[in-house]
Design a protein around this ligand. Sequence first.
Ligand code: ZN
Length: 290
Amino acid sequence: MSENQTILFSKPRPHVAHLMLNRPETRNAQDTAFLYALNDAFDRAAQDDEVKVIVLSAAGPHFSSGHDLREKGGHDNMRKHETVETWSGFGKPGAEAQFAREKEIYIGFCERWRNIPKPTIAAVHGKVIAGGLMLMWPCDLIVAADDTAFLDQTVAMGVGGAEYFMHPWEMGIRKAKEFLFTADWIEAKEALRLGMVNHVVPRQELLDFTFAMAERIAQKPMFALKLVKEAVNAAQDAQGRRTAMQVSFALHHLAHTHNQLNFGTLVDPTGLMGPMATKANAATKKTAAE
Ligand code: ZN
């Protein structure tokens, strides 16, 4: 395991790779370099024939505070990386650059990770906020520590949901609407009831529990694991997931463009501070400041 890296890679059990988000000073906020490092780590685990199951967890008090809105020069930073999708125009004016950037590092990466032909398990704890959901939802299974709480405050920020819009499939139609409309927190126990996570375990048992589950899965034949994952994902896509996500992504970018025209920023700057601010948003700010 190499230190001083934003993503740590190890093999803690036979045939199990462990990817750990390691930007605790920002509560694992995701900037461009961080997401490319995570994508590289997923690729490394995917391409290693010895690895059969991939576990994703996080260092620090929180799993992820979401996208790093403090990142400067995000579009220029795209040029520092070899892109993995075919979108281009990262320096173009108008809506083009932002659309290309999010096609690559947000929805593009999430789809790649969701389709890795090996079982993946997210082990989450603390706060999981907006873009943070986009790191755990692409995983096949989710184990949550009992201190975990989930939030998507993007509507309050003038944008309709995080880019990888899995909300209706992850929590059901009615709860997805409530979650987005209110920007209220969902606790681990409620996430379990909704079927958004597989298990809730005491915080101190999170990794042991997850690694033990990964080991049980790793005892199964790899090819059968790959095939059954494809089959379940195909069932979900047959329900229209991909088409629905293309619509929500286009609407998301309509909102970004609207905010750029009105405020000169991708999100509504009054969203977190103005009269619409909710207790949840206040808590978000507190978490970001922690
Ligand atoms: Zn966006």
